[in-house]
Design a protein around this ligand. Structure first.
Ligand code: SER
Length: 326
């Protein structure tokens, strides 16, 4: 008796993270729970994953682990979201290099061997103090000062290399700060723009770790998920960039976000105590030019600052109400 090849499936690494957890839900709702496989170093925070989908607890920096999952589930596409972000990476740069580079290298090698499509997120962290900060072009100086940024530049070059030399269909986006309510971000410089909403609802006060003038590119999670799906659906011949596309939604200063939240919660106030993350934010762009994404595959964001603020506050209100009623 021969064993039947399992149906082709999608793998999400780093599935317990901010983006991974929502991308998992997206695929589970669209294709059914059996079609998507999550992988993370730790068991999922959401217990229903084990009931409603495939989940593997393992270290993505070990090649054999990834290969066993690819074979077991007949993986055809990998969303490789494992990564140590900018602020956490500065606390342990060796770990950031190891996790970010080793896992990506294995994913690309296995993608070449097993003919797998890959999505991998890059970041605004590829830019640095020598990059033009306003309307940052697609092709520009990439001299980041964080280890996270170094791994993203090296990773982009690796993706480009594997596309040209091994024909790996790998696609990537330089994400701005992502604002979401379901899963907290894990150690980024842009995390203040998520923490502030929780603090506003719970304490009407937030101590912000960047200055009020700090302006960074940001995006709401629904737009981020849409950008990943749109990019992965785009015909290959439309894509002129195989390093990583500049991508953005909006840019605002921390003070502007504070003011927007106060429109909904008049008693809210924010104090500012910049820490080491300020120095990271100061090397990043305030606005980036994502016209190539718009031209090549029709990228369009939907959420502006008012829309993000409304969505965050109403979703988090519901979340806290449910939490307190249990
Ligand atoms: N949100 C990320 C960070 O702050 C940027 O890619 O590290």
């Amino acid at each position: 008796m021969t064993t039947a090849t399992p149906k082709p499936r999608t793998l999400i690494t780093g599935v317990d993270g901010q983006i991974g957890s929502e991308l998992f839900d997206y695929f589970r709702d669209k294709d059914g729970a059996g079609q998507v496989v999550g992988l993370d170093l730790r068991p999922p925070r959401k217990p229903d994953w084990q009931q409603h989908g495939h989940f593997e607890v393992m270290d993505a920096t070990i090649r054999d682990n990834l290969e066993s999952v690819i074979k077991k589930y007949n993986i055809r596409t990998i969303y490789h979201l494992v990564g140590i972000l900018s602020a956490k990476g500065e606390l342990d740069p060796n770990l950031a290099w190891h996790v970010n580079m080793q896992s990506l290298k294995h994913v690309l090698d296995l993608a070449a061997e097993y003919n797998i499509r890959v999505f991998w997120p890059s970041s605004i962290a590829v830019f640095g103090p020598t990059t033009p900060r306003d309307n940052t072009p697609q092709e520009t100086v990439l001299e980041p000062r964080t280890m996270y940024g170094v791994t993203k530049v090296a990773g982009e070059l690796l993706c480009n290399y594997y596309f040209h030399h091994f024909n790996v269909d790998v696609r990537s986006l330089r994400f701005p700060g992502i604002i979401s309510y379901k899963t907290p971000p894990g150690g980024g410089t842009t995390d203040y723009a998520v923490e502030i909403f929780h603090a506003a609802l719970q304490h009407q006060h937030y101590t912000c770790f960047v200055s009020p003038e700090t302006t960074l590119p940001m995006m709401y999670m629904d737009d981020a998920i849409k950008s990943i799906i749109d990019l992965m659906h785009a015909p290959a011949e439309k894509l002129s960039i195989r390093t990583s596309y500049n991508l953005t939604g909006i840019s605002f200063a921390a003070r502007e976000l504070e003011t927007e939240i106060r429109k909904h919660i008049p008693s809210f106030h924010c104090s500012y105590e910049p820490d080491y993350r300020q120095a990271i934010a100061d090397t990043w762009p305030i606005r980036i030019d994502d016209s190539r994404a718009r031209e090549d595959w029709g990228w369009q964001h939907q959420y502006d600052l008012a829309g993000i603020t409304e969505a965050m506050l109403s979703n988090l209100r519901e979340y806290y109400e449910q939490k307190h009623s249990h």
